[in-house]
Design a protein around this ligand. Sequence first.
Ligand code: SD4
Length: 290
Amino acid sequence: TTNSPVVICTWDFGNATEKAWSVLSEGGNALDAAELGVMVEEADPSNQTVGLGGRPDRDGVVTLDACIMDSKSNCGAVMGLEGYVHPVSVARKVMEKTPHVILVGDGAAQFAREQGFPQTNLLTERSEKEWIEWKKTAEYTPIINIENHDTIGMLTLDVNGDLAGACTTSGMAYKLRGRVGDSPVIGAGLYVDPEIGAATATGMGEEVIRTVGSFLIVELMRQGKSPEEACREGVHRILKKNAGKTDFQIGFIALNKNGETGGYCIHPSFSYRQYDAQGHRNTPVNSYLK
Ligand code: SD4
């Protein structure tokens, strides 16, 4: 059977969905589409939460987290990777060329070098200036939707009905050196189940990890929930654990096997991009707070 392909991604990253759609609409596979799609944001220095130009940790070092997962439950991840623009592609190599799932820090960088990825200085002048400014007070208070939340998580469904996903980030600005969020953690920042669907997350990674968010959402879809219902329940679980605290953002998006999509978040202003046979659009998602 031929399926109608779909791509969605967190936030309004239209260039990324456009790239993924160019692969999917030509009959390309979901995994290539997801990788190539998020690479657009990794290479864009104006996105200061992903890849090149990402905001550094508090010691001034840009460290990147990414993972990728395919329709056969193969997956790969890198955590705390320094000096490479495309952590998602390194994660894919971990998946395809090693018997492992995760490489971290220096080991991930060594592997990237051995695989022939070019080394690059990721700290742009703009991000460095802002970091120097931040150091004057060195206060770390995550700001909703501005400072911390532009991670790209992308979910794809191809003509063969295969699903894939990728998630990539520089994590929280000015994080403690060595801090890893949800984005490269399979099940937290991203999960793909070939029989059910896929989910990905953006926002306060610690909270997503505590709830194993993306895995939870896929399991809720397995129980019959729509993508939006599943994302809403996922957000509610997180809120329940926080007993009324809402001073952080979480955004989930999900795509099921049938090509249906949805999302949910805590604070308004989160949206997701979608490209499919019906066209290219940005869809605001419902939020817990109004
Ligand atoms: C993290 N979830 O490292 C990521 C942050 C994020 O846009 O979504 N930034 O916790």
